[in-house]
Design a protein around this ligand. Structure first.
Ligand code: ZN
Length: 202
């Protein structure tokens, strides 16, 4: 597979990408974050990567409310069998998503049906995850979970006319670099920045 012919999503201008957008997210926090971002930097583009199938986080982290916006428990990262990611407990596209998208002129992406490293899935399973989740989120852009993908991902996206977001193109993690409207592409997980810490990123 010649990666140079791949249709990737890497637009001109500054992009602020929010990953793990799910029914677990606090919509008020997301709303405030995007409101501050758009008022400070009116020209930036916002990309929301949607995760339709997630874990019931209060069950996993009853004493840690800061973790309730996650889409899967961090402990799963330590497990050797990727099928633990299949044991999701909640399904849905957030009912507040449409309002946020139109208010802040966001672009939607899918983040896969399940938040699992797609390199560990067979081609058929990857195909199902990418196509169904893209259809649910009504998008033609795929942000691979953990930024991990393989040649099957590339060929599925090509066949389906879906643009792949590749970390290697130059996406910057907002937890390690401060945000500037300088043409760079940034991505962030809201659960990494609880409470008011989130707003201080901007
Ligand atoms: Zn993610």
């Amino acid at each position: 597979m010649d990666l140079r012919t791949l249709d990737t999503y890497f637009p001109e201008g500054t992009v602020l990408r929010v990953d793990d957008v799910s029914v677990n997210l606090d919509p008020q926090r997301l709303h405030k974050f995007l409101q501050v971002a758009k008022s400070k930097y009116p020209l930036i583009q916002i990309l929301l990567a949607v995760s339709p199938m997630v874990f019931n986080m209060p069950k996993w982290e009853p004493k840690n409310q800061d973790k309730h916006e996650r889409v899967f428990p961090a402990i799963l990262n330590a497990k050797s069998d990727h099928r633990v990611y299949f044991e999701i407990e909640k399904i849905g596209i957030p009912d507040w998503l449409e309002g946020i998208v139109s208010e802040f002129d966001c672009t939607l992406a899918t983040h896969g049906l399940i938040h699992v490293d797609h390199r560990l899935l067979s081609r058929d399973l990857q195909e199902m995850s990418i196509i169904t989740s893209a259809s649910l989120a009504n998008t033609k852009i795929f942000v691979p979970p953990f930024n991990k993908y393989n040649s099957d991902t590339v060929s599925i996206c090509k066949e389906q006319n879906i643009k792949l977001v590749r970390w290697e193109d130059g996406w910057t993690h907002l937890g390690f670099h401060s945000f500037q409207d300088n043409g760079n592409k940034y991505y962030v997980h809201l659960h990494d920045h609880p409470g008011e810490k989130l707003i201080s990123l901007l």
